[in-house]
Structures are given as C-alpha cells and as structure tokens.
Design a protein around this ligand. Structure first.
Ligand code: FES
Length: 216
C-alpha cells in the first residue's frame, strides 16, 4: 500500500457525470477526473490520501468483489478503491466524528437521517451510522445528484464551508453536502443519501465489497 500526498488542484470546470449516461468510456473518464478533484479536499485538510488496491480491469469488468485491508488506516483517514468502475471509500471514523453526528441539531439538518430510502443501503447498514461497525464507513463516492465525486472534507468549520460544518463530503459540482455517514443535507440538489454497497468483514479489518453481510 502506498501513501501519497496529492497535490492536484481543482479547476473551475468541474466535471459532471450524468447518472443515465449511455457512454461508458466518457463516463469512466469523467469519474476519474472527478476523483482527482475529490482528492484535492484532502490536501486542504492536510490528510494523506491512501491509494491502494485497484483491481485488474478484468476484475472490474466482471464486477468481482474487492477486498480492502483497512488495518493501516489511522483514525480519521480514508482510502479509495474501485469496485465495478466506481470509487468506494472506506473511512475510519473517530469517536469525535461519531459524536458530532449524534446530536439532535445535526440530525435536523438531514433530509433522510433514518435511511428510509431502502435502495440507498443494504438492510444491515440501515442504522444510525449506516455501517456494520460504526468505526468504518464504506460508501460509494458518487454524488446522488448527477454523479460527480464529492470531496472528503473532515475538518470542522473550515472557512469555505461555514461554522456549522462538522466534517463530511462536499460535492463541488452543485454544492450538495453529505455527512460522514453519507447522509444528505436538506436544501441541496442531491435527493438521497450516498449509496452503501454490499459488504462484509472477513476479519476485524479486512473488508470485502461486493458480497453481502450474513446479517441480511
Ligand atoms: S452532482 Fe450535482 S451536487 Fe453533486
């Protein structure tokens, strides 16, 4: 596994990936470009981006499950893997992150705090933190508005996101906001929470994406 500090800067022309695009090549290119923009948020946060475990083209095409070793993740760090051509984030949430998402004030600002839209997560992730174990968020990093890749912004109250920002994901395309459970805020274009993929644990820190948990 390699740890790198991405120094790529954002551009004014933020790519958009229509959810219904029928051109797989163009969609793949745009998602890859948007991934770079998402990584730029990490630079602002001063947090290393962990680049690892990109499976073979053949495995991606087949939609094969992807195993993720989360043992090297420090609290507050996130890594990205590709699964079925889409970025999947694994975030190791700190107790402080979880606590900040637990307050009534925060929950009132969310469109679907209880994950009532069933298509957005498996049943075993339909809980307060949208995960099997609350320490790890496993989520598809594609905005539910028009398919851009949001930026990981774990800082609290950064100048550009406002005093009430408690850490989350910010989509640069049209300003949608999600918390660190992938729950969408009210008054943004994205209609639903980010999608939680099927996954399960092979050990305490080895996660397999693409295979449902036995808890279903
Ligand atoms: S794609 Fe429009 S807000 Fe994310």
């Amino acid at each position: 596994m390699r740890i790198r500090q991405d120094t790529t800067m954002t551009t004014p022309d933020t790519p958009q990936v229509p959810a219904g695009s029928t051109d797989p090549g163009r969609r793949k290119l745009l998602i890859a470009t948007a991934s770079v923009i998402g990584a730029a948020g990490l630079v602002a946060a001063g947090i290393p981006f962990i680049d690892s475990w990109w499976p073979s083209e053949r495995a991606q095409a087949a939609g094969a499950p992807v195993q993720i070793d989360a043992s090297k993740l420090e609290p507050g760090q996130q890594l990205t893997v590709a699964w079925r051509g889409r970025p999947v984030w694994v975030l190791r949430r700190t107790p402080e992150m979880l606590q900040r998402m637990h307050t009534p004030q925060h929950l009132q600002r969310l469109r679907d705090p209880d994950s009532s839209v069933e298509s957005q997560q498996p049943s075993y992730a339909r809980n307060e933190f949208r995960s099997i174990h609350k320490e790890h968020l496993v989520v598809i990093g594609i905005c539910t508005h028009l398919g851009c890749v949001p930026a990981f912004r774990p800082e609290v109250a950064p100048a550009d996101l406002g005093a009430d920002w408690i850490g989350g994901y910010f989509c640069p395309c049209h300003g949608s906001r999600f918390d660190l459970a992938g729950r969408v805020f009210v008054q943004v274009p994205a209609p639903t929470n980010l999608v939680i993929p099927p996954y399960h644990y092979l050990s305490d820190t080895l996660i397999e994406v693409g295979v449902d948990s036995e808890l279903t």
